[in-house]
Design a protein around this ligand. Structure first.
Ligand code: SF4
Length: 405
């Protein structure tokens, strides 16, 4: 049984940015994929504005727009669009993503995807609408859709599969580190190409790189008999050390990375000196909050509050242990958060895209949580970038204050 972590559940907004946004990194990660969203002008605007894509960039995602006339149709017809996507982009796999309006209209997505799917180019349904999914969670839905295409590995195939998308440079860093420690690697889920999905079976150790993938991790246990590593997520020197030591132990390797961790802290000491005893308040929505707060605390910050959309007691167990004593809140109420901020006067607020600018306008030093999602902050190679994201807003504010003087 996972430990009974103490956290408060409030009644606040938890989907400030919808699940469609994960298309922004997934279409780049899975290089022979195409993402088709069945949505409205709102969805198209969201993607256009948040991902800043220009028409001539020919991105491998699109929105199939529902117009008023479609509202009366029994089931939208996307066959022509699928043919056009195949002709123009030649993808190996097409993901069909749901959105709010067709979900309310009760479009039967599973059947719709099935009707246009072929063995050569599977069309996979991905639940991702902003009604049910926040920001990073639809990566979990995409990986669940890919799971049936991962080859079955025999029980004697004992290797690690890294779970969660990271950019190529960070993936290379994880490969090299595993090689150095003698840990055999079967691959990454997701892989760079659809036909390179890793084999997964009872001997596979799943090492989660992202904290927002509990459902697919659970499926890997139930459907393939794999083992999921329970450790810290590999963010910051403390997270990386625990992650690699715990992973090595699954392969009967005794690894002590105390020195490596100390050196990594030493390298970022200029930043941690700035963070020391600073009051940090997490009000964000990316689902990265638990490991980020744990890292900030280890770096010397005083974490006043760590709010996050969802907490999974089992998947986040090790992070929760390290956050004992911090006010942990699920689905935080923003009104209450504003009152807490007024009382506690944080030095830095990690906030979502909706609230960061108004907070800055009121004199609060605030940072968009979104930037952490789009930055290479994983593993040993990501330590400098990670701590830099925390201190950049504080340095900028200090410079502005000096300018005003
Ligand atoms: Fe908005 Fe829903 Fe479309 Fe997301 S799926 S952009 S929340 S309408």
């Amino acid at each position: 049984m996972p430990p009974k972590a103490q956290f408060i559940r409030e009644d606040g907004l938890y989907h400030s940015f919808c699940g469609l946004v994960s298309v922004g990194w997934l279409y780049q990660k899975i290089k022979d994929s195409f993402f088709l969203i069945l949505g409205t002008h709102t969805c198209a605007h969201l993607l256009q504005n948040t991902l800043g894509v220009m028409i001539f960039a020919r991105p491998r995602f699109a929105v199939s727009l529902l117009e008023e006339g479609d509202l009366s149709a029994a089931q939208p017809d996307i066959a022509e669009q699928i043919e056009e996507i195949k002709r123009e982009h030649k993808p190996s796999v097409i993901f069909l993503l749901s959105s709010c309006t067709p979900e309310v209209m009760k479009v039967e997505f599973e059947g719709l995807a099935h009707s246009v799917s072929t063995p050569e180019t599977p069309v996979l349904f991905v639940p991702a609408s902003g009604l049910d999914f926040t920001f990073s969670q639809s990566e979990d839905s995409v990986l669940q859709a890919l799971l049936p295409f991962c080859p079955e590995a025999p029980p004697e195939d004992k290797r690690v599969v890294f779970l969660g998308s990271v950019n190529d440079a960070i993936a290379d860093d994880f490969m090299l580190e595993a090689q150095k420690l003698g840990i055999p690697v079967a691959g990454f889920l997701p892989s760079n190409h659809f036909h390179e999905l890793p084999p997964i079976g009872p001997g596979t150790v799943i090492a989660p790189l992202q904290p927002f993938l509990p459902k697919v991790a659970n499926l890997l246990v139930n459907e393939r008999g794999a083992t999921v590593l329970s450790s810290l997520f590999p963010f910051g020197p403390d997270g990386c050390r625990a992650f690699w030591e715990d992973l090595a132990a699954h392969f009967d390797l005794k690894v002590d990375l105390a020195e490596r961790e100390a050196k990594a802290w030493e390298r970022i000491s200029e930043h941690t000196a700035l963070l020391k005893d600073k009051k940090v308040f997490f009000a964000a929505d990316t689902l990265l909050e638990l490991p980020l707060a744990r890292f900030a605390r280890a770096a010397g910050a005083n974490v006043l509050e760590c709010s996050t959309p969802y907490i999974n007691r089992r998947f986040h167990a090790r992070e929760l242990e390290r956050l004992e004593g911090v006010r942990l809140v699920e689905q935080a109420n923003f009104e209450r958060q504003l009152r807490s901020m007024a009382d506690e006067q944080p030095d830095l607020v990690i906030s979502n895209i909706i609230t960061a600018n108004p907070l800055i306008g009121h004199g609060v030093v605030a940072k968009w949580g979104t930037e952490f999602i789009f930055s290479p902050i994983h593993g040993w190679a990501g330590v400098n970038m990670l701590v830099g994201l925390f201190t950049r807003a504080m340095r900028r504010r200090a410079k502005l204050d000096a300018f005003e003087l």
